[in-house]
Ligand binder design. Structure first.
Ligand code: CU1
Length: 154
């Protein structure tokens, strides 16, 4: 009986090892978007394939103005939450990247950066579901009127 259990454990260990190559199939999809001094992103939509296991978004501020006056972030939310997340972020302040503390509607966000800087954020695909409508926005006060776009999975 004891021997059988050992054999079973060895078999489990073996399965564990053979299962490892599945990890190599992780697909990190990288997206880039820029923000400028005219309060604009360069893309109106970002699209990712359904087989990505995680998504790395890099937002590069290609302007010259500092974060205090023309800072940008990249914030991912459900489209239905865009206005509320932007509104609640207004009073959060630059230190908090204009994101309300503990805002569960925020799926992911980069920090706010100024001209010449960039910031990245990685989102596990498991946080997103097919069929949901997602959008991204900049939560710097007033920016989401212009700085928003569709985040499409498919
Ligand atoms: Cu912005």
């Amino acid at each position: 009986m004891k021997l059988m259990r050992h054999t079973l454990l060895a078999a489990v260990a073996l399965i564990g090892i053979t299962a490892l190559p599945a990890h190599a199939a992780d697909k990190v999809c990288k997206l880039e978007i820029t923000g400028n001094d005219l309060m604009q992103y360069d893309k109106k939509e970002l699209k990712v394939a359904t087989d990505c296991t995680s998504i790395e978004v890099t937002m590069k501020h290609i302007g010259k103005l500092p974060a205090a006056s023309m800072g940008h972030n990249w914030t991912l939310v459900k489209t239905a939450d865009v206005a509320a997340v932007a509104n609640d972020g207004l009073s959060a302040g630059l230190e908090a990247d204009y994101i309300k503390k503990g805002d569960a509607r925020v799926i992911a966000h980069t920090k706010v950066v100024g001209g010449g800087q960039s910031a990245s954020v990685t989102i596990p695909m498991s946080k997103l579901k097919a069929g949901e409508s997602y959008s991204y926005l900049c939560t710097f006060p007033g920016h989401s009127a212009l700085m928003k776009g569709a985040f499409i999975i498919g």
